[in-house]
Design a protein. Sequence first.
Lengths: 457, 484
Amino acid sequence: MKIIILGAGQVGSSVAANLCNEANDITVIDRNPVCLQALQDRFDLRGVLGHGSHPEILARAGAQDADMIVAVTNSDEVNMIACQVAYTLFRTPTKIARVRETQYQKATELFAQEALPIDVLISPEQEVTDYIRRLIEFPGALQVLDFAHGRVQLVAARAFYGGPLVGHKLNELPDQLPGVETRVVAIYRRHEPIIPDGDTVIETGDDVFFVAAPKHIRAVMSEFQRLDSPNKRVLIAGGGNIGKRLAIALEKQCNIKIIESNPERAQQISEELKHAYVLLGDAADEELLVEENIDQTDVFCALTNADEANIISSMLAKRLGAKTVMALINRAAYVDLVQRDIIDIAISPQQATIGSLLAHVRRGDVVKVHALRRGAAEAIEAIAHGDRNSSQVVGRSLDDIELPPGTTIGAVVRGDSVIMAHHDTVIEAEDHVIMIVTNKRHVRDVERLFQVSVTFL
Amino acid sequence: MVRFQVIQRILGLLLSIFSLALLPPLLIAHWTRDGAETAFATAIAVILTAGLTLWLPVRKVNREMKLRDGFIVVVLFWVVLGTSGSIPFMLVEGLKMSAPDAIFESLSGLTTTGATVIVGIDYLPPSILFYRQLLQWLGGMGIIVLAVAILPILGIGGMQLYRAETPGPMKDAKLTPRITETAKALWYIYLGLTIACAVAYLSAGMSLFDAISHSFSTVAIGGFSTHDLSLGYFDNPAIEAIAVVFMFMAGINFSLHFLAWRYRNGKPYIFDSEFRMYGAFTLAVCVVCGIGLSVTTYQDDWIEAFRLGIFQAVSIGTTTGFTTASFQAWPGFLPLLLLFASFVGACAGSTGGGIKVIRFLLLYKQGRREIQRLIHPNAIITIKMGGRPVNDRVVDAVWGFFATYVAVFAALLLTVMATGLDQVTAFSAVAACMNNLGPGLGDVSTHYGDIPSSTKLLLSFAMVLGRLEIFTLLVLLTPSFWRG
């Protein structure tokens, strides 16, 4: 696919890095030659220096035959205009733009084909916020991902000593939880994936990935660990875009405090928030944390722009007694350094947002893609089309589908109903199939599986 | 060390692939029974064995190449290839060149210099003749660029190699998003030009063998010929005209060819300031030579004067080095003018050598800026190329390059004179080798056979220096590069 990316910032770079590895022709446009050069040195892509929404620059980047434009510059306005220009002058088929401002996002009629022709709006801040919100809503979960508009969720949780199912075979799960529909799709034991079957025994320290309807998730999680009480007291460090959004999203159900060091910004968010407290100060200030009862805090989220500050303040909060600490970490190398041992959950904003883009690059009708395990694995929601003759999945039971190695189907969403996958479940046309691919190399094969073969049409 | 294993792996692979390039001469030797068959077969065996010995033990090493490794691979590759390419010259019956001679000949081919140590080219076996031309053709667009095009495994590391080998001050301008595609596009254009050139030569009356052979060295801006008299052997105005056109075309930046071909019109040429300067400069040298000759040697035949003048001006100006007349004997300043024209050379991103037109254009613009500053002390003056501002980094780099080129030239000139050459010969020999031109003045005006062996090795070094634009080679000679 030929893809033009506008903006070589954090989001642009991570998008470029992810797409580059998948045999796409990437051209990145940015006004900063230093950023461009750095990208060009690291990846096999082309950089074009200039203002992303200018027709001449777009033409130079090859907009005439581009399949997709991803506008992720700092400015919402530039992104929107760039999509307009690409549509009007070059008829670019797929246009994706980052629009952060909620005012724009609310006015959905703005993005109709005859107004601002943008096919997909992405808001990385919103996605990261949702990601963190789900983690806070399900204490103990390492990752919670939505599929089929929230009808099914994929949850990663660690098995701890004391969970009823730990030390037992998986096929005992239905007896322990009558009436709860769930399926374990993958287990990571010491960083190695295991594709589970009924005889697999859960061990302490396993990371278990399972799918279930949202209402059953807590019940299933209680099988792997002693259930924590719901998170009530949340302390957020950093009142930037994500911190503020998270506070707004959670302030009804939780007790929120935000620490912000910039007085003007603190004033500004305090005006926008209804119930949360805004504290002016440094998140790494021990006395401030103690004074605000850090030892009684359920969740401490460090969400500033600086990775180092987030890591340090989370470490401090953990030491001072916060139950769970989460830190927003951009640099992949830092995530490996601190995840698990020092910080409970390291949130990589790139991974949280790349999924919504990946879905559009994939062949076959892929609705949703989530990166797992630092991009080594993927959870995919794809729609099955065609009939028994033209499709490799429709009309077949799961036993008959030739899945690539390391791939499991977790659930099927048919209309409004969620069907947990069994070996005899038969896929019908227009089903949403939710699966996990533990080795990214096989994503191609999965895509191919869901493509309708042209010869039979 | 793992780092050297990566280099070893790529080097071994490239060497194995290069051995395939000796197959066409082997086939020719087989068909014509010219006695060079065993020489080529042995050479293939030796090179392939060497390549596989390097590659097999480390074939599974899969690590990314670093920027630094790119320099080592490129320089090593040119050196190793220059040496192994010399094997057939040493083995062929009746030629049996000494090692320095063979290395000089093989590097002169690969770097598209076109200087030869052989006398009596007309009597060489056809397979050896073809092999010399093939060396030039492979070296023209850059063997590494070819490797990047056909070896997807080079992947990201390909950009490092590409940058270390491609001539010109702005090397990051990719034609297509992916480096493999860029390299492929360049080679397709190169191949297309070669085929067009061969067909044109053929229709102008060359034999098939000569047409293909000369198309190789014309489009590569090399200058090797299958005759002692070079293109003068044919004494055919049509052939000379074809040569002039294709030398000029091959001296243009290949990305312009690419754009023109993609948009199916000539606008990219017209709007490119480097191309305009290249055209104007070539035209000026042609006119000066034509007039110079018609007022002196060819007073009664101005058509002949211009025919010789234009051919020689384009051939030397683009650094090809074909000859139709012994320009060294031309009156007055003309021989030196041509030699100086070879310093300017061809455009960046072409197959030609020299300092490159774009660098001179930038130097000129900077000189003009200094004058403007004297007149308007407060003016902010940006240097622009084709309406777009040029990064000051690039301008600095051009100055650095120019200064280094002159310094290296002076050092080489003194060393070569120390080996016993007179000043005119030494000056022209170093210039002709560093600019990848070929024929010089004085004792090296027809061939380089009579100079000492040490000088030949020195000049071989100058050719690689010139082909890799000095820095790629010099960087390996600096201690800090190796200190890690």
